[in-house]
Design a protein around this ligand. Structure first.
Ligand SMILES: C[S@@+](CC[C@H](N)C(=O)[O-])C[C@H]1O[C@@H](n2cnc3c(N)ncnc32)[C@H](O)[C@@H]1O
Length: 836
């Protein structure tokens, strides 16, 4: 591949790094990946021809993406290191020999896709480069017309030059769809774009003019260069769009500064040249010498003249003013009358002024446009991010399309999924219990549920929504199954929950609302009717300002719950409310008590302290029993705690791993919090949420967030952090195993040595000195390290470029390194050194 000199950061961009990471030979791979993503031609192709394929990243992508057993042929001037499933050969694509070799490889087949990413040796004059490139494109298209199947795709790289339009015109004659695109991985600074030509028309006869560079590229006339724009608006850079001036293939152009003074079109000079020179030509230039000596020709002016391409508007103005002054001095104005001269000068200055004002407006407009564009871009990006998040949520079954409806109408709104009024009315409440979705027969569902009709009609159940409900439930179950397969903790939690489900009857206590029953048909209706509206999904928040007992509205609502129905008289013992805590609060409470237990155990070191604590707890417990509380250790829960290994003494080895738990533990240990506080904390705004009839996935999702945030103390956070740090500091398993292996081998060696020494010691025919010598020899041999074999580094260049086996003349271990990579590493080191 022709080595392009790329500079600085640009070359080591993310695509370059990504290519290295993914094992592609060039960052160009991503261009093809992105083009294929947009047009999808590789998956459909069985035969592919890659013209100008070295080093072969496009072939790699093609081999990865195309169907197995596809034929991929790659050709380039440079050798291509072999790629599995790809035939490569070295040749110039403009030659007949290359064409014959391609024919040999393709046999009677035709290519579905022809790729061309050719770039002739860039770095000479731009105009030549672009022209050669355009010619190369035409050549590759010639090959494409010969080898492409009807309807096939031709992808080519084109440089934006003046020949670009001519090329597009030709493509349009031969293909049904032609699109030019610049993949994101193609650098913005690069003039390359890719043209994807689809649907090869495969005409019987192609006009040779279409493929002849002379006739194709001759047709477009040279556009007049817009020098004004270059001079008056130099910040807006037009990079090589117009290509190079016909007949002038040099990149650097300079004229004597005197020419700039004399010319009638100074703008053209400033816009098209690189330098105004003060150097004397061989035959001498008096005007230039005089100009050089003028006081007006300041160092600043000279600096400006030195590189016109880097100048801004201010500098160009300065040069124009300088020119006017010099012209006046040189007497260019005396040819006309003084007035005319003044007029001329004024004219020239006037030329600049209005342009400036216009530019100002233009600039402002541009700034506004830019601002607007950035705003739009930001909005688009945000929108995209939002969409992406939604898609991910959907994929995780965390959301459903119906949520859009929820957003619009609210959970109880018109057409909402959870129109509870209707459910309430229909008496279906008893069928939905324990937060689980009732699996009703379809007929029942239609009869009893009327989601979204606001309770006006009993018949209009939306079958689509029901269907969606079912689908979501099924999906959620699948998700849970998957999760429980992968996550032991989740399994344990689920098992515990299920177990709790059996015991915990919550608000539905006493009701005959087993799952099984829910699945039964409406034969239970009678019993439901016997106890009409035992529970209601909707509570009228407005009703009953004050209850007879003088209770406040909130208290009245609280005691209005079914759970208090059977209790006669005024409820005095608030402790009973423990039963009405929701699952999370119960968990928190239980966890708190467990923590209490742990702390108590941790304090067991001192008997005295322990007995004190036990006494304290006992006292509290007695007290609570008096109050009607009974603290029961949650043995059943512990039994389900799969992950926790019980300790030798039979107690659970529960570790405090969260800062919240640690804070709680500290508070309990220091007496800052008592058991009552824990119970008290259990009552919060989430405790009395109505969960009946809500689907499980919704409850699960809610349950993750509807917990009160517990305060965390700095010392607790620090303690947990320290604990985690200690955990992280442990060596990883691999390292540990390697160390153990090393130790084991050393022990084995030692054992062997010991045996040998014992044998030597027992040897009768040896003197003591000989024995000692032999043993010390054995010892030194055992402790001697084998020297490491040196790896020879071979740079893959010259004869070693692209070789598959051992490089010639290299013995022992070797490693072939990329010359480029080596250079990069050296450059990095150099830079790092400089920075120091
Ligand atoms: C940008 S590289 C191609 C990169 C390639 N697509 C990849 O993914 O690795 C351009 C290649 O065109 C090749 N080339 C230029 N002129 C050629 C010609 N006349 N015949 C064959 N290959 C040519 C160069 O040798 C160079 O390797």
């Amino acid at each position: 591949m022709a080595i392009q000199k790329k500079h600085g950061k640009g070359r080591l961009d993310k695509w370059y790094k990504l290519a290295k990471e993914k094992g592609y030979r060039a960052r160009a791979a991503f261009k093809l990946i992105q083009l294929n993503k947009k047009y999808g031609f590789l998956e459909k192709s069985k035969v592919l021809l890659d013209l100008c394929a070295a080093p072969g990243s496009w072939c790699q992508v093609a081999a990865e993406t195309m169907p197995v057993s596809s034929l991929i042929v790659g050709v380039d001037l440079a050798p291509i290191k072999s790629i599995p499933r790809v035939i490569t050969f070295q040749s110039d694509i403009t030659t007949d020999k290359c064409r014959a070799t391609i024919r040999q490889h393709l046999k009677t087949w035709k290519a579905d896709t022809v790729l061309h990413d050719g770039a002739p040796n860039v770095g000479t004059a731009w105009v030549q480069d672009s022209f050669n490139q355009a010619e190369l494109v035409l050549q590759s298209m010639k090959l494409a017309t010969e080898f492409l199947v009807e309807g096939g795709t031709f992808v080519t790289k084109v440089f934006r030059s003046k020949d670009y339009n001519s090329l597009l015109w030709v493509f349009n004659q031969l293909f049904t769809k032609v699109e030019a695109t610049k993949p994101p991985s193609s650098r913005n600074v690069s003039a390359e774009i890719f043209v994807v030509c689809q649907g090869f028309k495969a005409p019987k006869r192609i006009d040779p003019k279409f493929l002849d560079p002379r006739s194709v590229f001759a047709e477009l006339s040279d556009p007049t260069p817009n020098n004004e724009a270059k001079v008056f608006n130099p910040e807006i850079k037009k990079r090589k769009r117009d290509g190079y001036e016909e007949g002038n293939y040099t990149q650097f152009k300079e004229v004597p500064a005197s020419e700039f003074i004399q010319t009638t079109d100074p703008i053209a000079i400033l816009g098209s040249l690189n330098r105004l020179s003060f150097a004397q030509p061989a035959n001498g230039d008096v005007a230039l010498a005089a100009l050089d000596k003028l006081p007006e020709t300041t160092t600043e002016i000279r600096n400006c003249c030195n590189d016109l391409r880097v100048l801004g508007r201010k500098e160009f103005r300065m040069l124009l003013k300088w020119r006017l002054k010099v012209r006046e001095k040189f007497g260019f104005a005396t040819k006309k009358s003084a007035k005319a001269a003044a007029e001329a000068a004024a004219e020239e200055v006037a030329e600049v002024e209005p342009m400036d004002e216009e530019l100002k407006i233009q600039e402002e407009l541009q700034a506004l446009k830019d601002k607007e564009n950035t705003r739009k871009k930001r909005e688009r990006r945000r929108e995209n991010e939002k969409k992406q998040k939604e898609v991910i949520r959907m994929q995780l079954h965390m959301t459903a399309p119906t949520e859009i409806g929820l957003e619009q109408a609210g959970p109880n709104g018109e057409g909402s999924m959870f129109g509870l009024k209707a459910v309430d009315k229909s008496g279906a409440v008893d069928k939905i219990a324990k937060g689980k979705m009732a699996i009703l027969k379809e007929s029942d569902a239609h009869k009893e549920f009327d989601f979204g009709s606001g309770g006006e009609s009993d018949v209009d159940s939306d079958p689509e929504e029901d269907e969606l409900d079912k689908e979501m439930d099924a999906m959620y179950e699948q998700y849970q199954e998957r999760k429980s397969e992968a996550d032991a903790k989740f399994r344990a939690k689920k098992a515990r929950k299920e177990h709790e489900d059996g015991d915990w009857e919550g608000f539905s206590a006493g009701g005959s609302d087993d799952d099984d029953e829910l699945e039964e048909d409406s034969s239970d209706d009678d019993s439901d009717e016997e106890a009409p509206s035992k529970r209601s999904l909707l509570t009228n928040l407005e009703r009953k300002e004050q209850k007879a007992g003088g209770l406040s509205k909130r208290a009245a609502q609280f005691f209005d719950q079914d759970i208090f129905k059977d209790i006669g008289g005024v409820i005095e013992e608030v402790e009973e409310d423990e039963g009405s805590l929701d699952e999370d609060d119960q968990e928190t409470l239980a966890a708190g008590l467990d923590e209490l237990e742990i702390i108590r155990e941790s304090k067991a070191g001192s008997d005295e302290e322990e007995s004190e604590l036990v006494e304290e707890i006992g006292a509290e417990s007695d007290e609570s029993e008096e109050d009607g509380f009974e603290i029961v250790k949650r043995k059943d829960q512990d039994a389900n705690w799969e992950d926790e290994e019980p300790r030798k003494d039979g107690k659970l080895d529960i570790d405090i791993i969260t800062a919240e738990a640690m804070t709680l533990a500290q508070q309990i240990a220091s007496g800052e919090k008592s058991r009552y506080d824990l119970i008290d904390d259990g009552f919060n705004k989430y405790a009395f949420k109505d969960r009946d009839g809500l689907p499980e996935w919704f409850l699960d999702d809610e349950g993750r967030h509807d917990k009160p945030h517990k305060p965390i103390s700095a010392s607790a956070a620090a303690a947990i952090k320290e604990k985690l740090r200690a955990l992280n500091a442990r060596p990883i398993k691999k390292v540990r195993e390697a160390k153990d292996r090393k130790k084991f081998k050393a022990a084995q060696r030692l054992e062997k040595l010991r045996k040998k020494s014992a044998l030597l010691a027992d040897e009768e025919g040896m003197t003591e000195k000989e024995k000692a010598n032999s043993i010390s020899k054995l010892m030194s041999k055992a402790t001697k390290r084998k020297p490491r074999q040196e790896v020879k580094v071979v740079v893959a260049r010259g004869g070693n470029r692209g070789i598959a086996g051992r490089p010639r003349g290299v013995k022992g271990k070797y490693k072939i390194v990329d010359a480029r990579l080596k250079k990069d590493v050296r450059a990095d080191k150099r830079l790092a050194k400089k920075k120091k």
